[in-house]
Design a protein around this ligand. Structure first.
Ligand code: PNW
Length: 480
């Protein structure tokens, strides 16, 4: 059964508001999705190289990121595309094994360092600020031999890598993001949790991964704070994905169910970063369920007092990736049996059929972005928020991408409402993504790009879609 309820109306397409002068616009990419050059000039193997090489059926078109958009060679073209768009900043990620081939800080690959150094210089020469993500899913393959994210040593390995990145690039990079979407890495995709690490989601390892990534984030934050901030004067934060959970009705149990989901999905990461510990409801539910399942202690690891103090407040901003929304209602508890994160989250979610479809998974519901921003504002002491991803997928890659334009316009409008009506402290918007690229398990079949890339051509020719003109005009005129 589908319950259909009217919620906040979709934003009107035109707005009377404009973006404030200090609001910045950008586009985002990630190393494995665009660079190619998978073994060029001393780069080491990462989990995505390994996974796609050993398991080619993993992607629906049997593809991999060996060449992708070939940005390892075509970075100057990329910067020209950015310049043509007129963006204020470019969010890209560093490939850990391009800089540290084995993942360990004992060996630095100078060619990899040079690549990023050139890119950063070229961006700055063109008036574009670099915004760097340290970790966008391409963990060193070497780490899988000792459990990767599940081994607490990951914390130190990441911290050492972060220090090297700050040292090498922090003179020019003023915005750092430690992790992109730790929830996707730890909870969402069986491909990450299962195939990459050869362990399977069981209600324990999801939290172990979460625990280690949060500690690694905090460690990197403190390294930046103690060793670099005074000289480099930048900002550092974390990017979390948030699919908005809208209560399916005004019944108290549905309001509660939606809040429970937000806490398990976003609060699981944001609460420790802001307040030092997991949300109360997460601590209580997992403890309760663990007990019922016969565990002597909660499956959710505990932060010591010292760890809580260390993790608390480790952000200059919260990065928000937002794509999608759901209706959520209370549902009967599943019988005790195999423990799982999904059962811990509980509740039931479905989509409102009146919401417009994208061409992949996801609906168009811009009020979800506005509500997410407002929720983050009230729950987390009105933090500085940067929207680090939002974008529209299609399957055709058409140059006449009016549907992408309409999507962007709606979500930019929702952002304007958040700024002007809700006084949310949001200071940046980032389109995912600069150009069509390797969309993980979907290979090259799903396209989010503002620029089209011809993957049949060795030149990987890039062509501006209609949305380039649109987004360019938003950036220039500061209205949608
Ligand atoms: C993001 N969700 O992943 C990633 O950061 C990008 O690398 C990716 O290409 C992009 O979205 C498009 O898929 C997401 O469940 C994964 O809401 C999951 C969700 C959202 C974004």
């Amino acid at each position: 059964m589908v319950i259909i309820i009217k919620h906040l109306p979709h934003s009107p397409t035109k707005s009377k508001w404009s973006f404030p002068d200090d609001f910045k616009f950008g586009v985002a990419t990630a190393a494995y999705q665009i660079e190619g050059g998978w073994n060029a000039d001393g780069k080491g193997v990462n989990v995505w190289d390994h996974l796609t090489h050993t398991n080619p059926n993993f992607t629906i078109d049997n593809s991999n990121g060996d060449i992708a958009c070939d940005s390892y060679h075509k970075w100057q073209e990329d910067v020209q595309m950015l310049k043509n768009l007129g963006v204020d900043f470019y969010r890209f990620s560093l490939s850990w094994t391009r800089i540290l081939p084995q993942g360990f800080s004992s060996e630095i690959n100078t060619a990899g360092v040079q690549y990023y150094s050139n890119l950063i210089d070229e961006l700055i020469a063109n008036g574009i600020e670099p915004c760097v993500t340290l970790f966008h899913w391409d963990s060193p393959q070497m780490f899988s031999s000792f459990g990767g994210y599940y081994n607490p040593i990951f914390v130190d390995l990441f911290a050492n890598y972060a220090r090297i990145a700050f040292k090498l690039f922090g003179d020019r990079v003023k915005t750092w993001i430690t992790f992109n979407e730790p929830k996707v890495v730890c909870q969402d995709y069986n491909e990450f949790v299962g195939l990459i690490n050869e362990v399977y989601p069981n209600g324990v390892i999801e939290y172990l991964c979460t625990h280690n990534l949060l500690k690694a984030h905090a460690e990197a934050y403190h390294i930046y704070n103690n060793e670099f901030r005074a000289k480099q004067n930048g900002k550092i934060g974390i990017t979390l994905n948030f699919e908005w959970s809208e209560p399916a009705s005004t019944k108290p149990e549905d309001l509660e169910a939606a809040e429970q989901r937000r806490q398990f999905e976003f609060g699981l990461f944001a609460n420790p970063v802001v307040y030092g510990n997991y949300p109360k409801i997460v601590i209580e539910r997992v403890a309760h369920k663990s007990k019922q399942e016969g565990f002597p202690d909660s499956r959710l690891p505990k932060f010591t007092q010292a760890e809580q103090l260390k993790i608390k407040g480790t952000y200059d901003f919260i990065g928000l990736n937002h794509y999608n929304s759901w209706l959520v209602k209370a549902s009967p508890e599943q019988p005790i049996g195999e423990p799982s994160y999904v059962k811990d989250v509980g509740t039931e979610r479905f989509v409102d059929l009146s919401w417009e479809d994208t061409e992949w998974n996801g609906k168009i519901a811009p009020f979800g972005l506005r509500n997410s921003l407002q929720w983050i504002k009230t729950r987390y002491k009105n933090p500085l928020i940067l929207i680090t991803e939002n974008g529209y997928p299609d399957k055709t890659g058409t140059l006449k991408d009016d549907r992408r334009i309409s999507f962007l316009q709606k979500y930019l409008n929702a952002t304007l409402q958040a700024i002007h009506q809700d006084q949310v402290n949001v200071k940046a918007y980032t389109v995912w993504t600069l150009m069509d690229n390797f969309e993980w398990a979907q290979g090259f079949t799903i396209k989010f790009g503002l620029y089209h890339v011809d993957f049949t051509n060795d030149e990987r020719t890039r062509t501006a879609k209609k949305s380039v003109e649109y987004y360019g005009s938003v950036i220039k005129d500061r209205v949608v």
